[in-house]
Design a protein around this ligand. Sequence first.
Ligand SMILES: NC(=O)CC[C@H](N)C(=O)O
Length: 323
Amino acid sequence: MLLCRGLGYGQKLTEKHIREVMQQAYNQFKNSSGGANASYIPYLANIDPELYGIAICTSDGKVLELGDTKYEFGIESISKVFVLALAMQQRGAKAVEDSIGVNATGMPFNSVMAVELNPQRAVNPLVNAGAMATNSFIRAPGSAAKWALIDDMMAKFASRRLSVIQQLYASETATNLHNRAIAWLLYSYGRFYDDISESVDLYTRACSYGSSTRDLAIMAGTLANSGVNPVTKEKVIDAVLCPRILATMITEGLYDDTGAWVYHTGVPAKSGVGGGIIAVVPGKMAIAVFAPPLDKSGNSIKAQKTLQYIIDELKLNLLLPHG
Ligand SMILES: NC(=O)CC[C@H](N)C(=O)O
């Protein structure tokens, strides 16, 4: 019997135990070093590399927090998950599969070769090419209306309206030439579905949202809770879409390092170059961790270590026998 959807399905998970494990992870990794802030977006290079936050949102709506969980940082690629959710809700999972693609690229997040080497020019919605194409795939009467749809969707996932960090948005807009080139390339192959510069701009703006570790835990918690925000209890997307969205996280959530991530954790996750990573354990909880220094693939080193520790200790690996 499901005692409490967040705590206790198939194993004795209590709030106390979860808090203890969070604290152990925090103590263990707080002072670990290694990696560097993203620098190709100048704003991100200047974020305090010592910031560190862990938040867990259980499927029954408890939010447990430790460290700098209220600090708002660039959501970056984690926004791709929620823009994908909007596109799927509006156009259907099949249309996204056919028009964007859902396979792993096995390549860096901004890879041109990922487009070039795939005969269908299909890419995954969680890499830059696929995310910009996904943005172009959303239907709305103009760019302002599309932004309103994105903004509303983000707010429903987060339980509050998020704001764009204007300095980050300006910094990304001034330096996103490579992304613009990828969008033009997709367009040349008939795999881009709306005005190019408007779509790239909306993508860039969505990457520039400020979100806290707490926000991300609740947003990811909505995916763990079959599309219903566990805090507000509002239905955000259809339940049937959640496994499809999580599948894209399993194939591409940490880019060219996703295979190793899934090998070690068995949990869908998504990183952003702002230093955040979300991990989703369906029916149980979502975990968000923030720590800016990144590895070569663009994934927070400390966040990966923290998540791996918590996933191991709480036996959350989805490939373990369950039921
Ligand atoms: N991996 C990321 O978080 C990349 C997002 C960033 N906005 C970009 O387009 O490069």
